[in-house]
Design a protein around this ligand. Structure first.
Ligand code: ADP
Length: 537
């Protein structure tokens, strides 16, 4: 928990200036905000002479009037009217107080005082504030007096990077969202008063509210109360969607999986691998077996995205998709800020599958300002995907049809525990896919056996079979508008009209085969080829 991290850093004397970021506006337990929490748990026991608060709009205020008098005495009464002035005027006086008496100084909205951006674009006022705040962190007089500075910000990326340079000693402390256990205890507390009915259990509520802070959970309860409805699965899902969309919708796509493995034609080897290595261990609570990352390789339209969705549903994991086009912004620093937020949003969904489609283009390293991702984003991503603390909580899945173009650092062993080829469906599989897709659209058909049609659909991907089915429906509608039925001749006609685009498929299949290192994941017809390649290697 953030408080323990802070306390151990404080006690070890690493620093006396801290930057708390992320979930700082939330309640830290049942009813205390971060100020009250720190006051109760830290400040009261340590006899600070002055406890003061500063933010740009309200200026300097004090916990108690006596503390204001003490401050005035130290710095000289004549400056009392400067409490609301800008940092360049006020901070020199705060500096005197910090060095003279044991003072706790809270600085809220630190990002408004020293915003992100390069040094050159900072105003003189911001630069002066930056200097004061960073100098305080290395001032030995301040540390020997015992003064402590607490800064707060919603997003670390909003703050000037200069601030966190190792030359200074400002310690960032991530204030995380409540985890499942903490949410459970908070929900228990909230529902104690019995003013709201809940149709779901405490455990279910705690699980469903992943990614929400205590304030949002409280909102859910208050809304249910105001609307005089019981708290149900649907109610939470809807409210949660609203909150997450508002919070992270600009940088992250939330996937609510509708389908499971039965809605996927073929892919038996992939399904078996995922069942054995993810679904079953997760059910048993044995997360050590769960892979950290998986790479799906194969031509477009073969159902890679669908497989991820079905895995999310079957494993009970949440699912988010990182879409780099949402993240890469126009301004310097904007992309990095978005990306940080995106990773925090993804993490807030634990247990979660983090999906990146077309990873070869999404994480192409950019050279001097072209459209690729910056070095910072890339290394942040590498760190995120290789953090073994996340094992069993975050599964990172990437898809590509060009594994040969993936950055070598991303492919390096360890990041992807398994590379699964997702290839063109075989004849039997195509028959299943025809059936599944016709069912999915709820279209009437009198065809019992799809095998003859799948024979005609050699080299079609799942996505192309989808196109054929929609074409067949269109033809059926033309024939019989009231009750369109897909018949054998109609499906044949549709097959004739929609040819598969074989371009590149052969090449992409080759690439996926070359990437695969486990023969059990391949259909039999590729075994000979696999062994040949293995020998050459
Ligand atoms: P990819 O991610 O490999 O490009 P998608 O998962 O987006 O492919 O698949 C596109 C569409 O093709 C799906 O929405 C689905 O209609 C159809 N499809 C592909 N493969 C299958 C499959 N194995 N079973 C059922 N439908 C499939």
């Amino acid at each position: 928990m953030w408080f323990n991290e802070f306390l151990s850093k404080y006690k070890s004397g690493i620093s006396h200036e801290f930057l708390f970021y992320f979930n700082v506006k939330d309640l830290m337990d049942n009813n205390r905000n971060i100020f009250r929490y720190l006051d109760d748990e830290f400040i009261k026991q340590r006899k600070f002479g002055i406890v003061a608060f500063y933010d740009i709009s309200r200026g300097l205020t004090f916990l108690e009037p006596a503390m204001e008098r003490e401050f005035n005495m130290i710095i000289g009464n004549e400056v009392a009217n400067l409490f609301r002035s800008m940092p360049s005027k006020l901070f020199p006086f705060i500096d005197i107080a910090l060095r003279s008496t044991k003072m706790a100084l809270f600085i809220d909205h630190a990002e408004k005082i020293v915003p992100a951006g390069d040094l050159g674009s900072m105003t003189l006022e911001e630069r002066m504030a930056l200097i004061w705040l960073s100098e305080w962190s290395v001032n030995t007089r301040i540390s020997s007096v015992g003064s402590t500075i607490f800064m707060l910000a919603d997003n670390l990326a909003d703050i000037s990077r200069e601030f966190l340079k190792p030359a200074y000693r400002i310690e960032p402390i991530l204030v995380e969202l409540p985890n499942e256990e903490e949410r459970k205890s908070y929900i228990n507390y909230l529902l104690e008063d019995k003013t709201t009915k809940s149709e779901i259990t405490l455990e279910e509520f705690a699980k469903l509210s992943s990614g929400l802070n205590r304030k949002s959970i409280k909102d859910i309860k208050l809304k249910a109360e105001a609307e005089a409805v019981p708290i149900t699965f649907e109610f939470i899902k809807q409210k949660k969607h609203d909150v997450l969309q508002k919070e992270y919708g600009d940088v992250l796509e939330f996937i609510y999986p509708e389908i499971d493995f039965d809605d996927l034609g073929g892919m038996d080897a992939a399904k078996a691998y995922l069942t054995k290595n993810i679904i079953e261990p997760v059910r048993r609570g044995d997360s050590r077996r769960v892979p950290m990352g998986i790479l799906l390789c194969g031509p477009s339209g073969t159902g890679k995205t669908l497989l991820v969705e079905a895995l999310a549903k079957s494993s009970g994991f949440n699912c988010v998709k990182i879409d780099m086009s949402r993240i890469l912004g126009q301004y310097v620093g904007e992309s990095e800020k978005n990306f940080k937020k995106c990773l925090l949003g993804a993490k807030s969904q634990e247990p979660v599958i983090v999906f990146v489609d077309e990873i070869d283009t999404a994480f192409r390293r950019g050279e001097s300002g072209d459209s690729g991702v910056s070095r910072n984003i890339f290394s942040e991503f590498l760190q995120f995907t290789s953090n073994t603390n996340n094992r069993g909580r975050i599964i990172f899945i990437a898809a590509t049809n060009r594994p040969d173009l993936i950055d070598a650092a991303l492919k390096r062993a360890g990041r992807f525990d398994k590379k699964i080829p997702v290839l063109l469906p075989e004849q039997e599989e195509r028959a299943q896919i025809f059936k599944i897709i016709i069912n999915k659209y709820g279209i009437a058909t009198n065809i019992q056996d799809f095998l003859p049609f799948s024979k005609l659909a050699e080299n079609y991907t799942g996505a192309e079979i989808d196109t054929v089915v929609r074409k067949a429906y269109e033809l059926a509608c033309n024939k019989k508008e009231d009750h369109p039925v897909i018949t054998g001749p109609i499906l044949k006609e549709a097959l004739k009209k929609c040819r598969p685009s074989t371009q590149d498929v052969e090449f992409m299949t080759e690439l996926a085969l070359a990437e695969c290192d486990d023969i059990d994941l391949l259909p039999k017809k590729y075994w000979a080829r696999f062994e040949k390649v293995a020998k050459q290697a």
